[in-house]
Design a protein around this ligand. Structure first.
Ligand code: ADE
Length: 314
């Protein structure tokens, strides 16, 4: 995946998330000073904001390596046992979508996180024996879009719980310019700003849009990516001036036209748009809430007057 080469490798190259960086700088330096591993870290927030990247950076800064996995890949107890048994001292395990761990996997993690110990049962029924194996010290980095879905015993075992925020425009401009340089795609400052504005506060989207605009400029022989080039390309790709794509517009349009703007329940929106309700909640809603196009009320979701105006319903 080309994303790999674009990720910043060190904390100093990571743009944005100032609060998170300040907390981690101290945690890293303190752990290194004591010759220990860092406390387990839970990162939460919308997708695409840099949770995996931050975990890889932590490993580099600690001089260790990072094993990347996700809860759906840890379905059977033996999956997590295999990873824990192969750890070297100081390693980081990154578990994405950690709110989706199976119960047995989660229970194996409790003693592993707390005492660096693996408790396994050998055999079945009356003759079953339990064994407790020591593990090398490690740091678990968990990532989730829904911190509220974690069980409290699991959440309580993280010494650091940090939220990733949407990025500011100036931060996204720097990210677009940095990526453009790595891709050797010349972009003017206003071209970078146009892409950044339409990126929904999300570096992953900024980098994706930059690649699509680069393709467009190359095929149409338009030379460097200026603002008009970015506008024309992003119109072709269905990304509007607020960064909304057809899925966002479909969702808001359905709410306004079929449900009179709401309040309407999440499941009704999912049924009417053919989108999965969890995807709506984790992927589409956070940014629409952030820009004030959507409100959540006890009786359901409401499309705001700003959303109506943006979509031309006024
Ligand atoms: N690329 C993607 N996210 C980034 C970030 N936060 N800083 C620098 N480059 C990035």
């Amino acid at each position: 995946k080309q994303e790999e080469g674009l990720r910043p490798g060190r904390l100093a190259d990571y743009i944005g998330q100032k609060d998170l960086k300040a907390v981690l700088e101290i945690a890293i330096e303190a752990a290194k000073g004591r010759g220990e591993t860092m406390d387990h870290l839970l990162l939460y927030g919308p997708p695409g904001l840099g949770k995996t990247t931050m975990s890889l950076i932590l490993a580099t800064e600690m001089g260790s390596s990072c094993k990347i996995t996700s809860a759906p890949a840890l379905e059977r107890p033996r999956d997590i046992v295999g990873i824990l048994m192969s750890l070297k001292p100081g390693d980081i395990i990154f578990i994405d979508e950690i709110h989706r761990l199976s119960r047995m996997t989660e229970e194996l993690l409790y003693p592993a996180m707390e005492d660096f110990r693996l408790d396994i049962t050998i055999g079945k029924g009356q003759t079953a024996k339990t064994r407790s194996l020591p593990l090398p010290p490690f740091t678990l980095v968990g990532a989730t879009t829904r911190v509220g879905s974690l069980s409290s015993p699991l959440r309580d075992r993280f010494g650091l719980i940090q939220r990733l925020r949407f990025y500011e425009l100036d931060e996204l401009i720097l990210i677009v310019q940095r990526t453009a340089e790595l891709l050797q795609a010349p972009v003017t400052p206003d071209g970078a700003e146009e892409i950044a504005r339409r990126s929904r506060g999300t570096p992953r989207i900024a980098n994706r849009l930059l690649k699509r605009v680069r393709d467009f400029a190359q095929v149409k022989k338009l030379g460097e990516i200026t603002q008009p080039v970015a506008v024309e390309a992003l119109e072709v790709f269905g990304v509007d001036p607020m960064g909304l794509d057809w899925a966002d517009r479909l969702m808001l349009g359905v709410m306004i036209e079929q449900f009179n703007g709401g309040p309407v329940g999440l499941e009704a929106i999912a049924a009417a748009t053919g989108e999965d309700s969890q995807t709506i909640e984790d992927v589409y809603e956070p940014y629409l809430l952030q820009i004030g196009y959507l409100h959540r009320t006890p009786r359901g979701r409401v499309a705001t007057p700003n959303a109506r105006k943006h979509l031309g319903y006024e």
